[in-house]
Design a protein around this ligand. Structure first.
Ligand SMILES: NC(=O)c1ccc[n+]([C@@H]2O[C@H](COP(=O)([O-])OP(=O)(O)OC[C@H]3O[C@@H](n4cnc5c(N)ncnc54)[C@H](OP(=O)(O)O)[C@@H]3O)[C@@H](O)[C@H]2O)c1
Length: 238
């Protein structure tokens, strides 16, 4: 198995939150990173304390197919290979309820949380196949395992992202591609900054989630984890 330091990993939405924590963790291992972000200057600034010699920044907007094409092509052109894709960029707001009769919010959430990762996976697949140990890690959610609040739209997108993960496993298995859906409950990021019923310190910390992403990326082809469910508190089933 190729050491992580020799691998090239793409991460979407790496300028803050979970994506940034994953980027920092992988940089600590010496991995070469291709970061797809909406604001490359902001991403550079977020990583200013790290050694970014092996990092390239590409503009990526989940709703723009061309940016996905350019990012994947630019990564392979720059590094000459691709070994991993972390689909992290996502949104949870504005909430989409079952009773909403305006579907605009659902369409927007679907575009970012589902179609974005789908396109990146589709484009990356041939290059991950060439790697022989290609990895896809999708940052899904426990909202992709159960419906616990009014934001049905978010849950629908995360259920779909888990379906994409299983489809990726199936499609890429023979070429050594392995895919894992990471399904956390509340993580301490901007996304949960408005949550007042849980103390931020009691939530899952981004660095701990980054450790799980590293594990999913580095397990061998014959030790495979399809889903990783992560809690900060006791739930009935998970
Ligand atoms: N925080 C939680 O409790 C939690 C729990 C379960 C799952 N998750 C999932 O974890 C992932 C990361 O979330 P987070 O907590 O780190 O949230 P966050 O701090 O709000 O960061 C979201 C990231 O997604 C990027 N992004 C949003 N819309 C985008 C778009 N249209 N195109 C490209 N990038 C876009 C953002 O880029 P900008 O910086 O440019 O805005 C940012 O980097 C998401 O998929 C989220 O659903 C989070």
């Amino acid at each position: 198995m190729m050491p992580i330091a020799e691998r090239v990993i793409m991460i979407s939405g790496a300028s803050r939150g979970i994506g940034l924590a994953v980027a920092k963790r992988l940089l600590n291992e010496g991995a070469r990173l291709s970061l797809g972000v909406r604001d490359t200057a902001a991403a550079r600034d977020s990583l200013r304390t790290c050694n970014t010699t092996g990092v390239r920044f590409f503009p990526y907007s989940a709703t723009d197919l061309k940016s996905a094409e350019n990012w994947v092509a630019g990564t392979v052109k720059t590094f000459g290979r691709l070994d991993g894709l972390v689909n992290n960029a996502g949104v949870s707001q504005p909430p989409v309820a079952l009773t909403d009769d305006d579907e605009t919010g659902l369409d927007e959430m679907w575009a970012v949380n589902v179609k974005g990762p789908l396109r990146l996976t589709r484009l990356a697949l041939p290059h991950l196949a060439s790697s022989g140990t290609g990895r896809v890690v999708n940052i899904a959610s426990l909202s992709g395992k159960r419906v616990k609040n009014v934001n049905m739209g978010y849950a629908m997108t995360k259920f779909a992202l888990i379906a994409l993960t299983h489809a990726t496993r199936r499609e890429g298995w023979a070429q050594g591609i392995r895919a894992t859906a990471i399904c956390p409950s509340f993580v301490r990021t901007d996304m949960t900054s408005a949550v007042d019923r849980v103390e931020p310190a009691d939530m899952i910390q981004p660095a701990d989630l980054a450790e799980l992403v590293l594990t999913a990326l580095t397990l061998p082809n014959n030790a495979v984890v399809a889903e990783i469910l992560v809690n900060y508190t006791l739930e009935d089933m998970f």
